[in-house]
Structures are given as structure tokens and as C-alpha cells.
Design a protein around this ligand. Structure first.
Ligand code: 0O2
Length: 210
């Protein structure tokens, strides 16, 4: 690749634009006093070293990464409840500003590591000085509990260069089960939690700034 900065520029734009749109949705939910299915949104463009590692690992020629590597642009939507994930997925499917190409449900079918999350690969049009470029973007949708687990596991994977010792792997699988149970328990008291959050927000608004 002769110029990574130029190549990655539309990906950066896609990530920034999608983040703004999702944060806008979150604000709309908050203003309408409805429960917001979006707790927070993050985004990143894959670092060049990670792109090169993945291309080598998956045998992807560098001149084909724009069509074969689906997560150079990545967005993460984190929710409170598992049911919020369904709401987000449905919202994404009906949007007119990008096209959903693929979906991977690692919540119904968790990965062997214990990883749970819902992945959507979308084609997002970015308008550049050279015209329209459709950029592949991976949107990961997960709960706070799933995110906590994935963040910890990701850093351990990094520490052990992908070769996590068996005893830690085993503990991580148990932690994944505990995160799953936490999501289940929270779902059961979802109504109570939402009501408490609604009252808290109302009181905060009526108190006004200090
Ligand atoms: P990053 O940017 O560091 O997060 P693969 O990359 O081979 O796992 P594939 O087919 O390219 O798989 O896509 P998939 O399965 O949708 O997963 C890609 C991304 O999902 C990963 O990106 C992680 O963010 C997340 N992910 C998938 N499996 C796991 C897992 O077992 N543990 C954790 N913590 N995250 C996972 P990258 O490439 O790791 O990059």
C-alpha cells in the first residue's frame, strides 16, 4: 500500500459520520423521555499494524482488503439490556443511509472463547473529492456486561499474543457465563430499572442547574 493515510481517510470519515448519527439517535430518545437503547457509542479505524496482521492471518492480498476485510472501520454500540440489542438491530436494518450486507449473531451462538455480541457488516457511502466510495463497516452491538467481558478478554489476548493459558481460558469461560447470568437477571428487573432511571432523570431536570 503506497499511502495508508489516503486509503484510510474514507474509513475515518465513515466512523465519524456514523458516530454522529448514532449519538443523535441517543439524544432523540433522551429528549422524548423514552428509554434509550444506546448507552454509549465508540468507533475506531483499525491500526495499520492490525490490518497487516489480519491480512496475513486470513491470507487477504493487500489490494483486496477494501472488499475482503470487513472491520477496518468499526463501530461499537453498547446497551443496558439484551432486548435493546434487538431494538438497535431493527433500527439499523431499516436505515436508508447504509445497506446491511451481513449479520453475525454471536449472542445466539456464542464463540468458543465465550464472546457474545451481535455483528452487522454494512456498506456505508462516503462522499470524497473523487466521488462516492462505499466503505465496509462492522457494527458491533452488545450489552455492558458483554462489553466488560470482551474488553478484559481482548487485553488478555493481547498480553498472551493470542495464546491465553488454559486455566485463564477456563476462568474466562466461567466469567462469560456469569456475564450471561447478569444480563438474564437484569432483563427480569428491566421494568423496575427503567422506572428508576426515568424518575432520576425527571428529578434532575426539575432541579435545574446548580
Ligand atoms: P479489534 O479491532 O482489536 O477489536 P476474526 O477477526 O478472525 O475473529 P472475523 O470473521 O474477521 O473474525 O470477524 P468477526 O467474527 O465479526 O470478529 C471481528 C471482531 O469481533 C474482532 O476484531 C473483535 O473486536 C471481535 N471479536 C470476535 N471474537 C472475539 C473474541 O473471542 N473475543 C473478543 N474480545 N473479541 C472478539 P479484532 O480483529 O480482534 O480487532
Amino acid at each position: 500500500m503506497s499511502n495508508w493515510q489516503t486509503f484510510l481517510s474514507p474509513y475515518m470519515q465513515a466512523v465519524e459520520e456514523i458516530k454522529v448519527k448514532l449519538k443523535g439517535l441517543r439524544e432523540q430518545y433522551q429528549m422524548s423521555s423514552q428509554h434509550t437503547p444506546i448507552e454509549f457509542v465508540t468507533g475506531r479505524v483499525k491500526p495499520v499494524t492490525s490490518i497487516l496482521d489480519k491480512a496475513q492471518r486470513k491470507d487477504i492480498p493487500l489490494d483486496e482488503i477494501d472488499t475482503k476485510m470487513q472491520d477496518i472501520a468499526g463501530i461499537r454500540i453498547v446497551c443496558q439490556f439484551v432486548s435493546d440489542i434487538d431494538t438497535i438491530v431493527e433500527l439499523m436494518r431499516t436505515r436508508q443511509d447504509f445497506e446491511v450486507l451481513e449479520e453475525r449473531d454471536y449472542i445466539k451462538e456464542k464463540k468458543e472463547s465465550g464472546y457474545r455480541s451481535f455483528h452487522m457488516v454494512v456498506s456505508y457511502p462516503v462522499h470524497t473529492i473523487d466521488g462516492r466510495k462505499d466503505v465496509l463497516t462492522e457494527i458491533q452491538v452488545r450489552t455492558l456486561a458483554m462489553n466488560f467481558w470482551a474488553t478484559i478478554e481482548h487485553s488478555l489476548n493481547y498480553k498472551y499474543s493470542g495464546e491465553i493459558p488454559e486455566d485463564i481460558k477456563h476462568r474466562l469461560q466461567r466469567a462469560a457465563e456469569a456475564a450471561f447470568q447478569l444480563d438474564e437477571e437484569m432483563s427480569k428487573i428491566k421494568g423496575e430499572v427503567r422506572e428508576a432511571q426515568r424518575i432520576y432523570m425527571q428529578n434532575r431536570e426539575s432541579e435545574g442547574p446548580n
